[in-house]
Design a protein around this ligand. Structure first.
Ligand SMILES: Cc1ncc(C[n+]2csc(CCOP(=O)(O)OP(=O)(O)O)c2C)c(N)n1
Length: 234
């Protein structure tokens, strides 16, 4: 009985599962590439260093799901939230607002693709209007539905409908009466932090992060299943 208990305790020892040094990362070299446009893999790692340890990270659907699962390991592991239920694009914005209202003194970082932010940006207006502090929207801006683009490639589907064009989210922030910052590389991220922007108290902000649209997120298994299903249906 003692041994079984010991075994079970080992199994539920979450520290073992979240220790990223024991996880084999795909393309670990990408984490160290510092050139613009930002490699999403590098961005995930840099955010852990830039954001305060207690930050709640809210993850949208799209490529950010794969990037964050593989490369984002907040120092306080319970502070990460994945919207895996309906996985509706843009739902992280409302979730971030809820988190900011529930714990006003804790920083909240919403990580979201440009397509998802475009779909649901009316919620950003609510965050500005309600002057929610410590709320930062980190938009991975690549001008496309990246997950759709690579999903089509992986499954052999026709390459259609993924291009959405570049949006200037700094201007969108300003139009709503908020501040936005364009981030091309880690230097911009560090400069953003050094200017004290994270501890500011004047409502939500946007980071418009120009990420490399050619990076393929982690979705190989999902694509394999979809391909097999399509074969089965034929
Ligand atoms: C409301 C809604 N529509 C469609 C989808 C299917 N879907 C999942 S990810 C995705 C593309 C996401 O694009 P973007 O937000 O730009 O993120 P990226 O993958 O480019 O990083 C789509 C269309 C969804 N999850 N929710």
């Amino acid at each position: 009985m003692g041994k079984i208990f010991e075994k079970l305790t080992q199994l539920v020892d979450t520290k073992k599962f979240i220790d990223y040094r024991s996880i084999e990362l795909l393309n670990p070299d990408k984490i160290h590439i510092k050139s613009a446009p930002y490699k999403p893999q590098a961005l995930m790692q840099d955010l852990v260093e830039i954001l305060p340890d207690e930050t709640h990270c809210i993850i949208d659907s799209g490529s950010i799901l794969g990037w964050s699962i593989q490369y984002l390991f907040p120092k306080k592991a319970k502070k990460i939230w994945y919207g895996l239920g309906l996985a509706s694009m843009g739902s992280s914005i409302g979730t971030g607002i809820g988190a900011a209202l529930a714990s006003p003194s804790t920083p909240v970082a919403v990580l979201v693709g440009d397509g998802a932010f475009i779909m649901q940006n009316g919620d950003f207006h609510t965050a500005v209007h309600d002057k929610l502090d410590h709320l930062i929207f980190i938009i991975l801006n690549d001008g496309c539905y990246n997950m759709v683009k690579f999903g089509q490639k992986l499954t052999g589907a026709a390459p259609i409908g993924y291009d959405i064009g570049m949006v200037d989210f700094v201007k969108m922030a300003e139009a709503y009466g908020a501040e936005g910052f364009e981030i091309q590389s880690v230097e911009d991220l560090v400069a953003f932090k050094d200017k004290g922007n994270l501890s500011r108290q004047r409502g939500p902000i946007i980071l418009d992060v120009r990420v490399d649209a050619n990076e393929e997120t982690v979705m190989g298994l999902r694509a394999q299943v979809l391909r097999r299903k399509a074969e089965f249906q034929d």
